[in-house]
Design a protein around this ligand. Sequence first.
Ligand code: UD1
Length: 370
Amino acid sequence: MKVLHVAGARPNFMKVAPLVRAFEARGVAAPICHTGQHYDENMSRLFFDELGIPTPAVNLEVGSASHAAQTALVMQRFEPVLLESAPDLLIVVGDVNSTLACSLVASKLRVPLAHVEAGLRSFDREMPEEINRLVADVLADVLYCSESSGVENLRAEGIPAERIRLVGTVMIDTVLAHRDRARATGARDRLAPDGPYGVLTLHRPSNVDDEATASGLVRAFIEVAADVPLVFPVHPRTRAALARHGLLTELETCPSVRLLGPLGYLEFLALLDGATLVLTDSGGIQEETTVLGVPCRTLRRNTERPATVTAGTNRVIGTDPATVVAAARSVLESPPVAAIPELWDGRAAERIVDDVLVGRPGHSPGDLED
Ligand code: UD1
């Protein structure tokens, strides 16, 4: 049996890592096709090195472009790769443009398709990822959900129950597998000030491209930094947008905000793990902070990961500057107590592999949840 994985952008890499490892442990070939959506050393190669992910069998080197151009180029370059490699199953993860593009190609070539992290919905089509999720889910033959809201959403959209599995989140498999190594890097002491600190990340187009929103957020961050110093690893698109809006210097000259470039997986995990507060518009960081027990305040109007709010440490607070400042203060005054959602135990990839191998000679399925 051969399972091909697609990995395109930074948030895909930590999701593919435990899957490839779990397939290989069961003697199943599990090559990776890297689309090249993310290509900078510290947005891509570093993650493969740190997480011990095998070098991709192929890199489509699509690079950056508009959504349509990037999606089209992935499709065009992926089609011959899929025909040539003829896997028994294609696995796509998450919700980036590469996920959408490769799902379409597999579907048209009638290659069985599995979507990992299926069913998440923000119900906000202003987010490009929401469109990517909807398409990948409608095309997938098997849908692996990370939380129960995913199962409910898919059922409400008419996806038959027999195609849906609740398995937990592969992203958390990677957090739990690498937390000790992350702590051992000493990154927390190197990158963050002594005492309590907050971590800030921002990259959504709706937050960084719009000048008024970006400017309000920067004002709020500077105010929060007066209460607790902030460490801000800056995504390349964010750095470019802040510079364009004339906001970069304001942050650079604020003594209690520390701007860094994009970090590797282990350094960033160490930083999150030691934080008192996280302010972010990322999807995955809402999950990671939940498992680390670190309070997260999400700078968006919605979340596609409601379990991080109902069980975890996350609250969705929007982008109004006064609300952001008040929310940060309230965390510093009384840190919330939280629990970990069902099946977020570090074994999601094993459950997926068990499920894929069900009924295949020589492989015994494990205890599968449904
Ligand atoms: C993509 C995903 C988003 C994910 C995010 C994590 C989509 C629609 N979006 O957004 O879901 O949360 O990755 O980072 O797929 N750039 C570089 N170096 C790189 C990659 C990008 O400098 O290695 C810059 C380029 O200017 C590029 C911009 O970042 O145009 C945006 O990259 P892109 O992959 O289009 O989207 P992200 O914002 O990274």
